[in-house]
Design a protein around this ligand. Structure first.
Ligand SMILES: [Zn+2]
Length: 401
């Protein structure tokens, strides 16, 4: 049976914007701890790899020299007066400067490159997972939305060096639009970007609309599904499962790359979506099936957003278990519950691996008019896919071949 690589090091903890920042590296530590306590790390089909940091040359595949130099200088001395951090999206707020930020970011990029290389070059592997990556907002010349260097884009460029005409499908399920990756490959027909996210009218970064379709040769190869706030499991899964497999079947990529942000969870403090953990079981199954059937059985899985320390580890455990073909019971080890209580005392205590919280469903039942509009909206997205996205994609691919 084919194997899965998990890219992990305690050094991930160094990507840390400080104690008051919502992106806490502790979520990665708690994720690894849950993997271990559920015995996923002992699985015969799992291999744990230690990442190497990216070289500056590799980071330059995506980012401008000027931006990299600014990050390097501020990384040595956060008060370096020769650099204006605001010119590069850095500074108080989303992306505060911290000592060692260059090395920490180069390591996150390196972890995605390590994962990409493994799953692409070693045919014994069908999946590789870097939970610390997914920094999809970073642009070529600036930081954005907690993302300094775009590890996904660096991994894609790295793969393109290994095989020039490689065809890559990038699927982003983070609650925020994957704007950085989309923008970096906007003119590239060999990188299809597909993003499912909360509608940009109601959430950062304010992009990801249905008319963002790519440019020049890349036209038709950017696909967006902006979803309404409070979209629940049922509505989400209907859209996701009706649209994605068809897109991937037509595009037939050499490899599938996914950004697995789980800030679509209904209690996530930064967003307004309505998924419970049960949804991720179905999403993981769809991605795995798609990777197997349409993507050459190669799946590069990368982490992403998610701001509840008690939720992110459970969601990513569901994804890793799916990659490993391990069926987990809906239980949590008592020692992990204790660990969460101790390290994240301000959060609700988790009791089961997944929940089927139907709060959003119940709320919608008492507002049938809103529910009806949301269902109609979802059906419109499905129609846009059938009538526009899919035929366009087919036509563009035909024109290129
Ligand atoms: Zn996000």
């Amino acid at each position: 049976m084919k194997k899965t690589a998990l890219i992990y090091t305690t050094e991930y903890q160094k990507y840390n914007f400080g104690p008051d920042h919502p992106l806490r590296p502790l979520r990665i530590e708690l994720t690894y701890s849950l993997f271990r306590k559920l015995s996923l790390l002992n699985s015969k089909t799992l291999e744990i790899l230690t990442p190497r940091p990216c070289t500056e040359e590799e980071i330059e595949l995506v980012h401008t020299k000027e931006y990299i130099n600014a990050v390097k200088k501020l990384s040595v001395n956060p008060n370096d007066k020769s650099v204006n951090p605001f010119m590069y999206g850095l500074g108080p707020g989303d992306n505060p400067v911290f000592k060692g930020m260059y090395e920490a970011s180069a390591l996150v990029c390196g972890a995605s490159v390590t994962a990409a290389e493994k799953v692409w070059t070693d045919d014994d592997f069908r999946a590789a997972f870097n939970p610390a990556g997914g920094l999809h907002h970073a642009m070529a010349d600036k930081a954005s939305g907690f993302c300094i260097f775009n590890d996904i884009a660096v991994a894609i460029k790295y793969l393109k060096k290994l095989k020039e005409d490689i065809r890559i499908a990038y699927v982003d399920i983070d609650c925020h639009h994957g704007d950085g990756v989309q923008s970096i490959f906007y003119k590239d027909p060999n990188v299809l970007t597909v993003s499912y996210h909360q509608d940009g009218r109601y959430l950062f970064p304010g992009t990801g609309f249905i008319n963002e379709r790519g440019e020049d040769r890349g036209e038709g190869f950017s696909i967006n599904f902006p979803l309404l706030p409070n979209t629940n499991n049922k509505m989400y899964l209907k859209i996701f499962r009706t649209t994605l497999p068809k897109i991937l079947e037509i595009y037939a990529p050499d490899i599938l790359i996914t950004q697995l942000g789980v800030d679509t969870y209904y209690k996530d403090p930064l967003t307004q979506m309505g998924l419970s953990l049960d949804a991720y079981r179905h999403i993981a199954q769809t991605l795995k099936t798609c990777a197997f059937e349409f993507c050459n059985n190669k799946w590069l899985a990368i982490g992403g957003g998610g701001y509840l320390l008690s939720v992110v580890p459970r969601a990513w455990t569901i994804f890793l278990a799916k990659m490993l073909d391990v069926e987990l019971k809906n239980e949590l080890p008592a020692s992990w519950i204790e660990e969460v209580k101790k390290k994240a005392p301000y959060e609700d205590t988790p009791y089961s691996l997944w929940d089927r919280d139907d709060r959003i469903e119940v709320e919608l039942l008492s507002h049938p008019e809103i529910a009806k509009k949301m269902i109609e909206y979802g059906n419109q997205l499905i129609s846009i896919n059938e009538e526009k996205y899919l035929p366009d994609l087919e036509a563009k691919l035909r024109a290129l071949s």
